[in-house]
Structures are given as C-alpha cells and as structure tokens.
Design a protein around this ligand. Structure first.
Ligand code: FAD
Length: 349
C-alpha cells in the first residue's frame, strides 16, 4: 500500500515535469528567474512535505522514494530539487530533535509549504569546518540575540525561515559542544538577506548572504530546548541533503542520456543515423551503465537512512567518487554532443 502510494507520487511528479517543467526550465534558468508558478504546483503536489511524517501533515515518503522524486524533478530542472532540499533538512531537524511544541508549530505549516525553510550553517570562513562558525547567540530574557553572517544560504530570500547554527558557548571544548540550532522566522527585526550570490548554473533558485545584526529569537525556538545539541542535530540532517544532491546528479545524467539518444536517432552521418555507428553505441551504453550505477548507489544510501543507519559515506561517495564523476562526465559528453542539435531537440534543458 505504502509502496504504491509512493509510486503514485513519483508518477505524478514525472507528469508535472513533462507538462510544466521541461517546457519552461531553460528560459527560467537563463533568465535566473525564481520559478513561482512551478513552486506553487509543487506545493499542491505536497512536495514540501515529502519526508515529513503523515502524523504532522506530510506525505511521509521513505528516503528511497524521496530520492526517486528528486531524480524526477532534476530530470526537468535541478534547481527545483534545491527549493525542496534545505526546507526538508530543516523539517528533519525539527521532526527528530524538536520539542513537541516546535513540531506542532512548524511541521504542519511546512508540509503545506506555507512556512518555507532553509539551513543557515555556512559562514564566509566556515564551510566543511562547521565547528569554526562564529555566529553567536546570547540569552537575554525570553530571547536569544543572534549576531553573525552566513554565506551561500539557499532559499533565504523566498523562504520564510531558517534553521540557524550559532554558538551559545563560544568557549566550549570541543567546539562543537557549544553549537545550538535555532528556528528563526524572518521578521522586521531580521535577519537581513543582504545579497543574492551569482552562480554559474543552478540558477533561478536564491542562494544568498544573510546577516544577523542582533536578531532576537524566542527561547522557545531553540531546537530541542537545550543548548549545545546543534552539531549532532544538523549532522544527521545533512545526510538528507546529501541524498537530495546525489539524486539530482542522477536526474541530470538521465536527462542528458535521453537527449543524447534522441539526437543519435535524428542526426545522420555517412548515410545513417549516428546511433548505428558502433562507436556511438558504445558511448551511449557507457553512459547508461554509469547512470544506473550512480542511481543504485543513491538508492543504497537512501535505504540506509530509511533503516535508521548512517549514510553519510554512501551519499557523500556518490557526489565525490569516480562513478559519479563518470556520471557527470556522461552528462557533459551528452550535453556537448547535443550542443549542435539544440534547435532540433524538442525539449532543450
Ligand atoms: C550553490 C550552493 C548552495 C549552498 N547552499 C547552502 C545552504 O543552503 N546552507 C548552508 O549552510 N550552506 C550552503 N552552501 C555551502 C556549502 O555547504 C559549502 O560550500 C560546503 O560546506 C563547503 O564549504 P566551503 O565552500 O567553505 O569549502 P571549504 O570547507 O573551505 O573547502 C574548500 C576545499 O577544501 C576541501 N577540504 C576541506 N576540508 C578538508 C579536509 N579536512 N580534508 C580534505 N579536504 C578538505 C573541500 O573538499 C574543498 O574542496 C551552499 C553552497 C553552494 C555552492
């Protein structure tokens, strides 16, 4: 029953991608335009609640099904998977580490896409080395006052709130023990989304610099209600993000393969469609093999997350190791080969 429900969602997303995304993605990407209409349909489809449990109003999909949904979205346009990604990272933190009141306050609205989240972890001088972040949260009465700056924050401009990592004890040893997570809703008091960052590709979606200049956050929005728990909370949620990002690579590779197949059937050279030349057949077979291998690696990571196991190595491996690089290479090869045929292919991406 659950499996057929999940399958229906994947099918519905595929239809949405074919009907609405593929015809518009190229224009939105090149114009670097936020896809408001597509996001509205994603809300209707319930995608903002993909992995939020049904008891909190979400679809309650397994991470395996989530990976398949993100692959389908990215097959049309990778930026759409980004709109969902850090929103569901935040939802995961609240689902697994939030207080009962926090779950009640945030999750239903997040599942409907009314409250739209993001993750504010990275700082100008602190990326992989999360422990070295400098944003400070000082308790003052019923609030924490947040001061610092965050970099590369996806969904900061079009979202309504952020899960923010800040140090409640900057002197803690080890340093990670001083990090806490806050659910910060945007208001007149801040934070300030100071600028959108320019990107080469992955456009349309907002990736921003965010400033916290003495921003008050109610103590009730300290996630989990205790200080110093943030590092562990965010690390388990980053695995959800890695599954999303790895599934994107598979979706982009799949789209490239499909375009390459179409082109190979349309283009003729030396009297026949180029797919009939054995060298081209070998290339296409190589692409299909690499993409399928990458897909299985992502599914393996997702199954581990579903079983409650760590999957950082499995999901991260996909993004960094040779197989995935070959998948990326295949996509690049296909894109290059398609370059000349852009006008002749019905669905350019
Ligand atoms: C488009 C985009 C969107 C993003 N969205 C978000 C977001 O929504 N929220 C958020 O918080 N962050 C976001 N990020 C930030 C992203 O998570 C960071 O870029 C990432 O954590 C890496 O940090 P860094 O770029 O500072 O690189 P660094 O940590 O400075 O790393 C630089 C290089 O050194 C390597 N390196 C670092 N440490 C080691 C080590 N111990 N051993 C070997 N090699 C090492 C890295 O692999 C990398 O190649 C986004 C980034 C991009 C580009």
């Amino acid at each position: 029953m659950e499996e057929s429900f999940d399958k229906d969602i994947v099918t519905a997303v595929r239809r949405f991608v074919e009907r609405d995304v593929i015809p518009t993605a190229s224009d939105l990407e090149h114009a670097d335009e936020y896809p408001h209409a597509l996001v509205a349909t994603m809300k209707e489809l319930g995608l903002f609640g993909c992995t939020i449990p049904q008891e909190h109003g979400g679809l309650g999909l397994s991470f395996l099904s989530y990976a398949r949904v993100m692959e389908e979205l990215s097959r049309g346009w990778m930026s759409l998977a980004g709109v969902i990604n850090s929103h569901l990272i935040m939802a995961f933190i609240i689902t697994h580490h939030g207080t009962p009141d926090q779950k009640k306050y945030f999750l239903q609205a997040m599942a409907r896409g009314e409250k739209r989240g993001g993750l504010a972890l990275t700082e100008p001088h602190a990326g992989s080395d999360v422990q070295s972040l400098k944003t400070i949260a000082k308790k003052k009465g019923d609030d924490y006052i947040l001061t610092g700056s965050k970099m590369f924050i996806t969904n900061a401009r079009h979202g309504t709130m952020l899960a923010v990592a800040a140090k409640t004890d900057p002197t803690a040893k080890p340093a990670y023990a001083g990090i806490s997570m806050f659910a910060v809703e945007k208001s007149d008091a801040g934070p300030t989304v100071s600028r959108n960052l320019k990107k080469l590709g992955y456009k349309g979606i907002d990736t921003c610099e965010v400033l916290f200049e003495d921003v008050p956050v109610p103590t009730t929005h300290l996630i989990g209600g205790g200080e110093g728990l943030g590092f562990k909370q965010v690390m388990s949620a980053l695995e959800v993000g890695r599954i999303n990002v790895a599934a994107r690579a598979v979706g982009v590779g799949q789209a490239a393969l499909e375009n390459a197949l179409r082109y190979a059937q349309q283009r003729t050279a030396f009297g026949k469609p180029i797919w009939q030349h054995q060298a081209v057949q070998l290339l296409l077979a190589d692409m299909a093999t690499n993409i399928e291998a990458a897909r299985l690696m992502v599914h393996n990571a997702a199954r581990k997350k579903d079983a409650g196991e760590r999957c950082d190595i499995e999901a991260g491996r996909h993004a960094r190791r040779p197989r995935s690089m070959r998948c990326g290479y295949s996509a690049a090869t296909a894109s290059w080969r398609n370059f000349r045929s852009r006008d002749s292919i019905a669905t350019p991406r």
